[in-house]
Design a protein around this ligand. Structure first.
Ligand code: VGL
Ligand code: ZN
Length: 209
């Protein structure tokens, strides 16, 4: 298949802290960079997201005394997985991966900036009401279909895909351009959930230059 003017490549959270050696390393996370670079060199629209937390963010286990990373805690807006401190605004861990080549990106969207609310989704924060503006941006650009890539399959990719479908965008998930964290089988469940709402899976090689 070929990409159309109404397609946007969405590159989610390819940041140092999510790569091997990072604070919240996604296993094999750096494997997404090569396929993303190839797609980004010819996609008609490119949007990049960055997880971008203030220090002492509510999603950090270190904020909650006696809590450990990967535990779950009830916060005012719902259940929150607690994470190691990661992607702190302005830190080197929050920078885009040095090998990532996305010079044609029209938008870099930062999310998770509210101290008390997490945001896996690039559309809607975890309170499920605060909007990031991405849906409006994409519509104004004439985008109707997203080509989804990046990290992590079972968190930011999953929630971005679900909200994109709810907003009426078609979604293609590029399997070799995503990797997951996998907390208790969460990658398998994420792929099932996305399939149920009509997210289509393909390989980056299926997309012609
Ligand atoms: C992410 C956990 C915490 C992600 C971000 O990008 O998938 N996961 N913050
Ligand atoms: Zn985060």
């Amino acid at each position: 298949m070929r990409l159309l003017e109404s397609d946007a490549l969405v590159v989610v959270d390819v940041q140092n802290d999510f790569l091997p050696g990072g604070a919240l390393a996604v296993p094999d996370g750096d494997a997404v960079i090569a396929p993303i670079n190839r797609l980004a060199s010819h996609a008609p629209n490119v949007v990049v997201t960055q997880d971008w937390h203030p220090s002492a963010h509510a999603s950090f286990a270190s904020r909650h005394s006696g809590r450990m990373p990967f535990e779950t805690l009830a916060l005012p807006y719902g259940e929150q997985v607690l994470w190691p401190d990661h992607c702190v605004q302005g830190s080197s861990g929050a920078e885009l991966a040095p090998g990532l080549e996305v010079p044609r990106a029209g938008l870099i969207l930062r999310k998770g900036t509210h101290p008390e609310v997490d945001s896996y989704s690039a559309f809607l924060e975890a309170d499920r009401t605060t909007r990031t503006g991405l849906a409006g941006y994409l519509r104004e650009c004439g985008v109707t279909r997203l080509v989804l890539t990046g990290l992590a399959t079972d968190f930011c990719i999953l929630w971005t895909a679900l909200d994109a479908r709810a907003e009426g965008f078609a979604v293609l998930l590029v399997e070799d351009a995503v990797r997951g964290i996998d907390v208790d089988g969460s990658v398998g469940r994420a792929l099932e959930t996305m399939a149920k709402v009509g997210v289509q899976r393909l390989q980056s090689q299926d997309i012609e230059a």
